[in-house]
Design a protein around this ligand. Sequence first.
Ligand SMILES: [Zn+2]
Length: 423
Amino acid sequence: MPLLTLKAQVHADPETERILRDAMFCATKVYNGLMWHLRQELKEKGKVDLRRSTLNRTLKTLPRAKGYYSLSVQLTRDEVIQAYRSFFALKKNGGTEHHAPRFRPKSTLSPLKYVQSGFKLEGDRLTLSLGKGREDGVRQVSFRIHHRPGVEYERVREVSIIYDKGSGQFEARLVVEVKARGNHGQGRVAVDLGETVLLAAAFEDGTVLLYSGRFIKAARRYWQKVRARVKPPSQENPRMSRRFRQIARKESRQVGHLLHLATSHFIRECVQRGVKEIVIGNLTGIREGMDYGPRVNQRLHAWPYRKILHMLRYKAALVGITVRNDVEERGTSRTCHACGQVRKANRVHRGLYRCSCGWTAQADVNAALNIYERAFHVSPVKGSSGRVARPVVLSFRLGWHTVRHGRSPYLGEPKRKECLRAS
Ligand SMILES: [Zn+2]
């Protein structure tokens, strides 16, 4: 059963909000408390014991751990473990000069997470357990939530309550099990994600779709200019100013909109072409749900790889298409799809890939075909005699309100001026 993450607004009365805030503050205290103990241990022994049982003993000494649901406390503990694991992974690769993972600022309200238990959703009313240990005796809170309409789900599996500093609002994220639409397709498609070409998709009939990333780049450049006029976070004042956060939010919304246009259009194409399985090239070392520290995260943020991946996952799930992300992307843009030769110099100007064997293709078309071959051990354009056919390339340009559709200039065919209204 496919899973889908739904964002929902929280409508709570002031008193309920106060209690939520307090419980989330407790989560921050617990997070920092565990961090503090681990830091001491690291200082004294040069290593830390991240076993759950050991950390659970520490949890018993933290009074704030009584401030919220006990299984949620365990999830906070897991966040600490995760932070340490990614910290060590980063350190191993020389990616950080810090001595230990960071504390959360006191002003941070940490998420309250519930998996399988501790919550109840009846209609739009969500009730959350806060455990039996709170000093004020409050055992649960209850409030209304509101998410986008038209999503039918079978069951709620996880709930997280998050505080969005930018808007000053609470938000609920629900992981729900949805009933997928039936899909009788057999087709397969390989996807290469990139910056200039946001998404290149090779279908098994030899068609390749290209979605330009130009508008996203333009949006980023624009907001970068706006940002340059605002005082950036500095060493003395590391917190972002309100204006800075506002800009980040606007940019993220705009980029998100463009990504939605592209991914929705692509999934519709997949359905039309009878696709059952999508393979997306995996960037080396990037796994989901990992925190790689500020530097790597910033690079990832600059290019919203995970965001696109997430969108493709859930949109595909809704129409019964599976998504695989286990094929290494490394080297696929440098390898010639026709003869297999690997050479960086083959990638000539303006994204054209040209090899001495005679193969010429748009570089991202070449890469997507390689990912296809890596994933399915067969090429959509190679015949049994070893002859390579020219792929049919369709390129899509993303506008603010439309997705334009035209033949690739590399094929020398006239551009079709077709406009697709993206809903
Ligand atoms: Zn070649």
